[in-house]
Write a protein that binds this ligand. Structure first.
Ligand code: OSB
Ligand code: MG
Length: 369
């Protein structure tokens, strides 16, 4: 394959409901969409960076800069034996994983279309339906949270993830467990705590969450290992894992018993698959995270989550959950059994509504110019 043309589009889409985490409140998303082309075949992807460097150091603007000035020039026109070699072209460029993933994932979609195969097949997926869960932001009150959980559960989701932050944590877990004695729920702290909060996590143990996601610092694994020795609830790392090497080390020291894989965070599908494989070898289950993607990013997540070690329901939910505006022709829906079908058509297997994307773009650029 040879990526002959690249286009980037910046969109600004309001969220149906504000999404609050320990970082703050998001009211809209500004995804960069990437379109790559080779001999008439087209691939698409979505950059997961946010406007502010709160989840990680990357932002929409750092991604645009890295793509435009470093990454696209290294891939444009280059002859590649397959999409798994795109990441090799980025050697010597440190981090910027979300930017790298944007171009790499578009190349995977393109390659799968050229081979007339679903992306899932190229990645080594084995499931025809993925396990779907849902992530619920901080709510204005516990009563409101209970109501939201009840609604999402009725929609079929197999597990519910609840965001917590200091001052809104144990009481959330306790109320939810008392309202829903059998609910599979988990908590996501987004790095908001320290080891001094160990007694809080021991209190949370009694509510039997499936896991606690990233309780401690975004760049830590050592303290997570210490915390894991002090609590029963399995720790699941998100922010701390940027590569398969990070995953290997975290598993090795007992810092994590489950890993949330986001292809954007680790630099694309090739590295996501490597994280998946390291975890499978260590008998650590994984699940597919989300970053409030539109249908395009969601499609990539659905294919990735079809790999065998995605044994737990992830944050891949229906595509109409966050946005009024659909960017794909075949929206993802959750079946009554809590699963989402993996598209069977080539590539990401959904039709990108290209006119809509072009019409909504607040900025666009193309290579060659
Ligand atoms: O920590 O998993 C996270 C959204 C934005 C940034 C970080 C996270 C999240 C979510 C939402 O939890 C997951 C989704 O897309 O539904
Ligand atoms: Mg998380």
């Amino acid at each position: 394959m040879r990526v002959q043309r690249v286009e980037l589009f910046l969109l600004r889409l309001p969220l149906k409901n504000p999404f609050e985490t320990s970082f703050g409140v998001e009211t809209h998303r500004t995804p960069i969409l990437c379109r790559v082309e080779d001999d008439g075949a087209v691939g698409w992807s979505e950059c997961v960076a946010q406007e502010l460097p709160a989840y990680s150091e990357e932002t929409v603007e750092t991604c645009w800069h890295a793509l435009a000035d470093f990454l696209i020039p290294r891939v444009l026109g280059a002859s590649l034996s397959g999409p798994q070699y795109v990441a090799d072209r980025f050697a010597g460029i440190r981090r910027h994983n979300m930017a790298k993933a944007t171009l790499e994932m578009a190349a995977w979609d393109l390659a799968a279309k050229q081979r007339d195969a679903p992306l899932s097949k190229l990645l080594g997926g084995t499931r025809d339906r993925i396990l779907s869960g849902v992530s619920i932001g901080l709510q204005p009150s516990l009563d409101k949270l209970v109501e939201t959980v009840r609604r999402e559960r009725a929609a079929g989701y197999l597990r519910i993830k609840l965001k917590i932050k200091p001052g809104m944590d144990a009481q959330i877990a306790e109320r939810i467990r008392s309202e829903f004695p059998d609910l599979d729920f988990m908590l996501d702290a987004n790095s908001a705590y320290t080891l001094e909060d160990t007694p809080l996590f021991q209190r949370i143990d009694a509510t039997r969450p499936m896991m606690i996601e990233q309780p401690l610092a975004h760049d830590d694994i050592i303290d997570h290992a210490t915390l894991q020795r002090a609590i029963r609830t399995p720790i699941c790392l998100d922010e701390s894992i940027h590569s398969a090497e990070d995953a290997r080390k975290a598993i090795d020291i007992g810092a994590t018993r489950i890993i949330n894989i986001k292809a954007g965070r680790v630099g694309g599908h090739r590295e996501a698959k490597r994280v998946h494989d390291v975890c499978a070898a260590g008998n650590v289950p994984v699940w597919c995270g989300g970053m409030l993607e539109t249908g395009i990013g969601r499609a990539h997540n659905v294919h990735l989550a079809s790999l065998p070690n995605f044994r737990l329901p992830g944050d891949v939910s229906a595509s109409d959950r966050y946005f009024e505006t659909e960017l794909i022709g075949e929206p993802f829906r959750v079946a009554a059994d809590g699963t989402i079908a993996v598209p069977l058509k080539p590539g990401i297997g959904v039709t990108v509504l290209e006119d809509r994307v072009r019409g909504l773009a607040v900025r666009a650029a193309k290579w060659p110019a």
